[in-house]
Design a protein around this ligand. Structure first.
Ligand code: SF4
Ligand code: SF4
Length: 424
């Protein structure tokens, strides 16, 4: 901890305020995770990562910088990590999921902005997150209006680069996105002084795909009748995927999956018989936002799948692994990063609705909870189609809106508890 303090001071952080966050995290983590029965032993690695989330990984990033490397932070799964890795830099996620950072965001943004955006800016402006101090470049995107405008504010304090994401998926849009990826490659080459080559891009595609494959393997266990790992633990692992070293992360997930294979053979479930299977869909749940999983899984439910960017959307589709020309590999990246992500920023967005129905069936969900972060208009409006399609498919659904505070926790417990009871 003393070493961490020194590092945080050198990063120019507000260490005193940051200590308050460090004090609160172990209690929250203990309540949500360590209190669970029958957790797999190989969750130890992920526990350790979270226990020292502002220590271990930041010090690795700083070490990389001391050796001349760069660190690039992003806020959206549309931004291809492969480009960063191919340029010899380290990619890290920056989306923030704690109420702790929201008031800082409200100093520079309207209150009626989604908590994810407010927390992200608060973490930077209040100097209370090491990742937001370390990054050499912050990569924003033009997904929702809130983010677009927030990047302008953030650029007053941080070196920003913006990728212009198309809002439709026509042929022209794919071509435009390919150009954006090419420009991003140039930007990363300038930043790092390294050239992105056919070999380095292909290696990076394999590295990120290996991470996705490990997460796919993990998610497959959630389709079983006897589920060997809780939804909370899978959420935690997915959240860590945005920060950890991709190769080590994939290795640790696969080691965990080996343990789960044995549980599968033994028909071992971490849930009691009769637990209702819930699919979550909607806005992302960034670390340490564990509120909904905790409520659902202590109210007779099991979260079996998240149709979210912090869920299946992050890992389900792979980038084509062929080693082709640069042009072709960039086209393959564009296909994956535009065609396979069904964010509500797109219009129309029917593939997301189709995905929800498909996933509800694949994961044998008894019901769906459509989650909206307060002030996220695009997911809120799309909820109309989500709920309509689920009603047509005969799958029970409730829509809920929440934020990062605990103020609505009791009310959510009542509503979610009643929904799960209704599924019985
Ligand atoms: S919800 Fe949309 S804007 Fe947010 S991370 Fe996902 S793709 Fe990006
Ligand atoms: S949750 Fe909605 S409003 Fe918030 S950043 Fe994502 S898309 Fe934008």
């Amino acid at each position: 901890m003393a070493d961490n303090h020194k590092m945080w001071q050198e990063l120019g952080m507000d260490v005193e305020t940051h200590d308050l966050l460090c004090e609160a995290l172990p209690q929250a983590f203990g309540d949500v995770f360590l209190s669970q029965k029958d957790r797999p032993n190989k969750m130890d690695y992920f526990n350790m990562v979270v226990a020292d989330i502002h220590g271990i990984r930041p010090s690795e990033l700083i070490e990389h910088q001391k050796n001349g490397g760069k660190v690039v932070g992003s806020f959206c799964i549309h931004v291809p990590d492969e480009v960063v890795i191919a340029a010899g830099a380290i990619a890290t996620g920056l989306c923030s999921g704690s109420q702790f950072w929201v008031p800082g965001g409200e100093k520079v943004l309207p209150t009626a902005t989604c908590p994810l955006i407010k927390a992200s800016l608060g973490a930077r402006f209040d100097r209370t997150c090491p990742f937001f101090r370390i990054c050499d470049l912050f990569v924003g995107e033009t997904t929702c209006d809130g983010k677009k405008k927030a990047w302008e504010v953030l650029s007053e304090d941080a070196p920003m680069y913006i990728m212009d994401i198309p809002q439709m998926k026509r042929q022209d849009d794919f071509e435009k996105w390919e150009k954006e990826i090419k420009n991003y490659i140039k930007k990363l080459e300038e930043l790092t002084g390294n050239t992105v080559t056919q070999d380095s891009l292909h290696d990076a595609i394999l590295t990120v795909n290996a991470k996705r494959k490990a997460l796919q393997r993990l998610n497959e266990f959630r389709k079983l009748e006897n589920i060997p790992i809780s939804g909370r633990d899978v959420l935690l692992i997915t959240q860590i995927a945005f920060y950890d070293d991709p190769k080590r992360f994939a290795q640790m997930v696969n080691i965990l999956c080996d343990e789960l294979e044995q549980r599968k053979k033994d028909n071992f479930s971490v849930y009691e018989k009769g637990t209702k299977r819930i699919l979550l869909t909607g806005t992302p749940l960034s670390i340490p936002n564990w509120k909904l999983h905790q409520i659902i899984e202590t109210s007779g439910g099991a979260v079996v799948c998240e149709e979210m960017c912090t869920g299946i959307r992050y890992s389900e589709a792979l980038v084509n692994e062929e080693k082709a020309s640069m042009e072709k590999m960039i086209e393959n990246l564009a296909q994956r990063y535009l065609g396979n992500i069904n964010c509500a920023c797109f219009t129309p967005n029917k593939s997301r609705i189709d995905d929800i129905i498909r996933l509800a069936k694949e994961y044998k969900a008894d019901g769906v909870i459509d989650v909206n972060l307060k002030f996220c208009n695009i997911y809120d409006i799309e909820g109309y189609f989500v709920e309509k399609a689920l009603a047509d498919a005969g799958i029970p659904c409730i829509g809920i809106e929440t934020d990062y505070t605990d103020e609505d926790a009791e009310q959510l417990k009542t509503r979610i508890g009643a929904f799960i009871e209704m599924l019985s």
